[in-house]
Design a protein around this ligand. Structure first.
Ligand SMILES: [Zn+2]
Ligand SMILES: [Zn+2]
Length: 126
């Protein structure tokens, strides 16, 4: 039943995961929290169902709560951001799509906090 469609890992490889469903949409968030947490222009995420998400290396995961309701989960060896989840929505995670190594990721269809979006970023909508 569970065909592996998506695979990924942190930078050092201590944490590996697979998601046995399709990623249906991707989101860019330019808020300052995402920019600082990712050390980049944006957070690039997809909300996915935890029930289809399998992870190895759970002992290497560290959670950080910048806000009370939201855990930001990263590898404590190499510090790669892997996903976040909200305490009030435990059945979903927001996968950090830069950690995906195999499988199809759709182009972003939603962008948030575009007032913090650098002008040099242009998303093509095909
Ligand atoms: Zn790692
Ligand atoms: Zn954000």
């Amino acid at each position: 039943m569970s065909n592996t469609i998506i695979k990924g890992q942190c930078l050092c490889g201590a944490v590996q995961y697979q998601y046995s469903a399709e990623i249906e949409k991707s989101i860019l968030c330019y808020c300052q929290d995402c920019q600082q947490a990712q050390g980049s222009i944006a957070g690039w995420n997809s909300p996915i169902e935890k029930i289809n998400f399998e992870l190895s290396g759970i002992e290497y995961l560290q959670e950080y709560f910048h806000t009370a309701n939201k855990a930001r989960v990263f590898c404590k060896v190499c510090a790669s951001p892997l996903y976040s989840y909200r305490l009030d929505l435990p059945e979903f995670i927001r996968l950090r799509l830069g950690t995906v190594t195999e499988g199809n990721i759709p182009a972003p269809t939603e962008e948030y906090f575009i007032e913090h979006k650098p002008e040099f970023i242009v998303i093509s909508s095909s």
